[in-house]
Design a protein around this ligand. Sequence first.
Ligand code: AVJ
Length: 314
Amino acid sequence: MIENFKNEVNKGLESNPKTLPSKYFYDKKGDALFVEIMNLPEYYLTRCELDIFQNKTQELVDAFGVKPNTYFELIELGAGDGTKTKELLKLLDSENYSFDYFPIDISSNALGLLEQDLNKELPNVSVQTKQGDYFEILATLKDSKKPKIVLFLGSNIGNMTDDLAAKFIYNLGANLQAGDKLLLGVDLIKANEIVRPAYNDSKGITAKFNLNLLDRINNELDGDFNLNHFKHQPEYDKNEGIAKSFIESTIDQTVEIKAIGKTYKLAEGEKIHTEISRKYNDKLVEKIIANTDFNLEAKIQDNKGYFADYILTR
Ligand code: AVJ
């Protein structure tokens, strides 16, 4: 684990232009900052998808094509605190659907909290938490041959390049059977004035979230990044449809990472690319599923038309 972190940090900082992987945002402090981001007025994504789960719940269930008397498995990749999914679970529970809910997450802590909360609020829903790697767990669930609905919410796929997203969906298909469904939550391409503030909020929480990556390297790899000499630098252009985050060096400097045993030079104005957040439209969704076993079944949007939950059928 720490070896991977070292290797990826070293590879990224030796690249030209420099990069660091966004998956390392999420240490304890990063998790807490992301919760703060989700509550920001500028960060519309979470609220828009919650609007779908609250107000278009029946449309979602209709698109799943499930019936109350036929058992299915509801699987969620990266369950988080389950706020959105709870709305769906409430409806399925009140209409006596027969299913088990399998939230999958890398954080056993998050899963424990979610299970506790659901057992209290929806005691009739069977919750089977699964801690670990998405694909390893899906491979074990495949053996049951039960009909499956997989949820991948929150525009989490947005952190992947289009190539990686296509491979990811292909691999999901390989772990499912014909007729199974995938609910893919994506942020839609829209005006700069709406997307830019979501990644550059007025309270500077997103800036802290981005720069926390340097802090994590300082803490875990004995680095000496001085956060006063770096700044958050986001970019978005609707013609490309990808929000990008950079960390910009504000002076000429050399940083040392002792655990790697190396130093890295940064020029004033030089940027480290830390994240992409891909925004989608129908064409791009069609593109990433083109070489997979999935077909587009339905598209369900929030009332503003900012966000979409696409239902794909395997
Ligand atoms: C968790 C990947 C959906 O890209 O919008 C939020 C992460 N980065 N603000 C996103 C994030 C900066 C978020 N995802």
